[in-house]
Design a protein around this ligand. Structure first.
Ligand SMILES: NC(=O)CCC(=O)C(=O)O
Length: 315
């Protein structure tokens, strides 16, 4: 994990300049809403087919759902967890890592590889971890879910990721050289606007969240969270869910959604498997920010700038 931490290391010390485009060239983004199963090998092969399909339709950034390689649930995390070993011969211990690297390479696209349960032998900790790969197949970043999903809504849903998982300790921004900065976080992380605001103020053009809301919070909050993060920050926001499986222990809401910088729903799926592909461009961000110029109107003489304080980008 030491190596992976070093790969993901990056400091963002200044906020964006008003002259640099956040998004250097238009790019097609795909959100791939996948059906899952208890069979990890099947899930990886299925993800591969859909990533290649998205790329063949022009996507250059492809996003997979949270826990796309396993069922979602605390009892499953230890069983499905992998140690992340980039060097061969490690395919057997890290099948998802290597499958994702190959998908990115064969698709020739950036791949935000949803998330997978990760086991770190040094600490014996488990994490909910997202790996992002370059079109070369090289690992660009790891994001370990920072805010663990612990909720208790009597009669509806009780879930405690913290019973088995440890939290990540950093914000994850990734520089895609041809396009610009994206931020990646996982599901429940979306509820914490500070993460999104810091990433946007540091220059991210898009916030991407592999996620799996449920049948209680999904209808009420999923789209609202995506639109709120986009509205506050005037950036693109993508939420990518598994397709709904009513036979699963945890029934995902689905409804993967892409929101534009004016908090407009660009595309939204229903509960079934599907792919959203849409073009993102800088002109749209600029137009929205020109119309409602939040970025020049903030009053840091009245309240603090959350992006200026003690922000961790490294483990
Ligand atoms: N996987 C998750 O983090 C679920 C988050 C969720 O459902 C929510 O309401 O927040």
């Amino acid at each position: 994990m030491q190596l992976l931490s070093r790969i993901s290391t990056r400091s963002f010390t200044s906020t964006m300049s008003s002259t640099t485009p956040l998004l250097k060239a238009p790019v097609k983004l795909a959100l791939v809403q996948l059906s899952g199963s208890p069979d990890k090998g099947r899930n990886l092969a299925h993800a591969r087919a859909k990533v290649l399909e998205a790329a063949s339709r022009g996507a250059r950034i492809v996003v997979l759902p949270e826990c796309f390689n396993s069922p979602y649930g605390t009892k499953y995390f230890p069983e499905y967890a992998e140690t992340l070993l980039p060097s061969p011969p490690s395919e057997a211990q890290s099948p998802s890592y290597h499958a994702l690297a190959a998908m990115a390479r064969d698709a020739g696209a950036y791949l935000v590889g949803g998330s997978i349960p990760e086991y770190e032998p040094a600490t014996k900790n488990l994490y909910n971890t997202s790996l992002t790969f370059a079109p070369s197949g090289a690992l660009l970043a790891t994001h370990r879910k920072v805010h663990l999903f612990d909720i208790d809504i009597p009669g509806k849903i009780t879930f405690r990721e913290s019973d088995v998982l440890s939290p990540g300790n950093k914000l994850t921004m990734i520089d895609l050289p041809e396009y610009g900065l994206i931020a990646v976080a996982i599901c429940y992380d979306v509820r914490f606007p500070e993460l999104a605001m810091i990433a946007a103020r540091k220059g991210a053009f898009c916030l991407l969240y592999p996620g799996a809301f449920n049948m209680t919070t999904g209808p009420l909050h999923w789209e609202l969270q995506a639109r709120a993060r986009a509205m506050d920050n005037q950036v693109y926001v993508g939420l990518c869910s598994p397709a709904r499986d009513t036979g699963a222990d945890y029934v995902a809401w689905g409804h993967s959604t892409l929101v534009g910088p004016n908090a407009d729903i660009m595309e939204k799926l229903d509960e079934k498997e599907g792919i959203i592909i849409a073009e993102l461009n800088h002109a749209r961000i600029e137009e929205v920010r020109k119309g409602v110029p939040l970025y020049t109107q903030r009053r840091f003489d009245v309240y603090p700038d959350v992006s200026a304080g003690n922000v961790k980008y490294d483990e």
